[in-house]
Ligand binder design. Structure first.
Ligand SMILES: Cc1cc2nc3c(=O)[nH]c(=O)nc-3n(C[C@H](O)[C@H](O)[C@H](O)COP(=O)(O)OP(=O)(O)OC[C@H]3O[C@@H](n4cnc5c(N)ncnc54)[C@H](O)[C@@H]3O)c2cc1C
Length: 393
């Protein structure tokens, strides 16, 4: 919606949003907790409140919205094929397409936990939809594997609904979600968080009746003798998100294996002319405010035809997991988004020769570094720029 509004605002004649769900707003509709919009609206809103503000603007803007419309294919030109319960099979040819299809959760199959396939093992986002939208309670005695933000938020949500959350189990030696969510969702409710630990077995045939957890060493090998059975009727998995890029990949868009999303320049232009990407389909964001910011950039550029698939390459160096954008095509001010590999204290961040001092960094908190027009012009003169961390003296 942010991209569509920006495209319209930048003078695009005709703008259409294609959405497979029956309403606009995406994942925000099931996030009924607060904590959205502090940067964008300078207020603390719930997910549906944040979405509604955009929906109201879209309704006033003359943007066409096609709900219950599932995009099936993207081909260069760009052309889109979609199927809709109202219009059947439809084709759209556009000067520009902005991809904003979000991400999906990693499931049990992706992490190979042994055991039968009992009922009661589900992803945290599915449980969130059951409780907040469908009105179903997925279980009463719950273990959560993974301390990403969705898992943390569901630990609190299930507790508020009367369930007993017995453990949040995290394979890393630190929590994977935002520090504010660890404090507000676990510590405030006395829910134990077990770090450097994982679930090594799921018990039960018809319905899950427990899990075995164990500690892991720094190489993630199970430490024998630490196994412990926890009785439970539900296991929620919060073990990572994957940008939804089957359609872009099939359409020939070049992907970055580190983010799982397209490689883009600072206008969010992908490797295919006229195709842009923003939001969680590009890289997983922790704050929706930055998703809206990225949507504005992509939507404006899509309307004005900005961007290129060539330019200065920006690559992650020591201590940096990924950077977005992946290349610089002009010399305009822009924000560089990045995530680090592991938590570190008192590190210096370098973008080429430019040093940005950061005291503490964590993988769960995306860094956003403002680059001025002059700095962008200096970077643009180079072929390749590395972004890296060094220990502060
Ligand atoms: C549990 C949870 C808690 C969060 N908590 C916070 C918080 O406290 N504060 C905060 O700021 N942020 C929070 N976030 C993050 C933020 O909400 C998301 O990053 C953001 O809303 C993602 O927006 P998006 O538009 O990229 O993706 P989505 O919201 O996932 O939207 C993608 C849309 O694309 C549609 N789509 C996908 N494929 C197709 C297709 N083929 N055809 C048609 N339509 C398609 C989907 O139906 C969906 O509507 C949270 C996220 C989650 C999941």
């Amino acid at each position: 919606m942010a991209a569509a509004l920006a495209a319209k605002g930048a003078g695009a004649g005709k703008v259409a949003i294609l959405e497979r769900a029956g309403e606009l707003g995406g994942i925000l509709n099931q996030c009924i907790h607060n904590g959205f919009g502090l940067h964008w609206f300078k207020e603390e809103l719930t997910g549906p409140e944040y979405a509604t503000r955009f929906v109201q603007q879209v309704q006033r803007s003359g943007i066409d919205t096609y709900l219950n419309t599932m995009v099936l294919e993207l081909t260069p030109q760009p052309r889109i094929t979609a199927v809709s319960s109202d219009y059947g099979l439809v084709e759209f040819t556009a000067r520009s397409v902005v991809f904003a299809a979000g991400c999906r959760e990693r499931t049990r199959g992706a992490i190979n936990i042994p055991g039968f396939r009992p009922a009661g093992v589900l992803t945290a986002g599915t449980a969130q939809r059951y409780i907040n939208i469908e009105g179903f309670m997925p279980g009463r005695e719950v273990v959560i594997l993974g301390s990403g933000d969705i898992g943390l938020i569901m630990a609190r949500r299930l507790t508020l609904e009367g369930a007993k959350v017995k453990a949040v189990i995290e394979i890393l030696p630190y929590a994977a979600g935002l520090a504010r969510n660890v404090a507000q969702c676990l510590e405030d409710f006395h829910i134990p968080l077990y770090l450097s630990s994982t679930v090594i077995n799921i018990h039960g045939q018809e319905r899950i009746n427990g899990v075995t957890m164990a500690q892991v060493d720094p190489d993630r090998a199970v430490v024998s003798g630490t196994e412990r059975f926890i009785p439970c009727d539900t296991l929620l998995l919060s073990v990572g998100l994957i940008p939804e890029n089957e359609l872009t990949a099939a359409g020939g868009v070049k992907l970055d294996p580190r983010t799982g999303g397209p490689t883009v320049d600072e206008y969010r232009h992908t490797s295919i002319p006229g195709v842009y990407a923003c939001g969680n389909v590009l890289h997983v964001h922790d704050l929706v405010d930055y998703v809206s910011e990225e949507g504005e950039i992509a939507g404006t550029a899509a309307a004005l035809g900005y961007g290129s698939h060539e330019g200065t390459e920006i690559v992650p160096g020591r201590g940096v997991r990924y950077v977005v954008p992946h290349r610089l095509s002009a010399a305009q001010p822009f924000n560089l988004y990045l995530r680090v590999v592991e938590p570190q204290e008192r590190v210096r961040l370098f973008i080429g020769d430019k040093q940005v001092v950061k005291r503490n960094v964590k993988p769960s908190e995306m860094l956003r570094i403002g680059i001025s027009a002059q700095e962008a012009a200096e970077l643009r003169r180079l072929k390749r720029v590395e972004v890296r961390l060094e220990e502060a003296p």
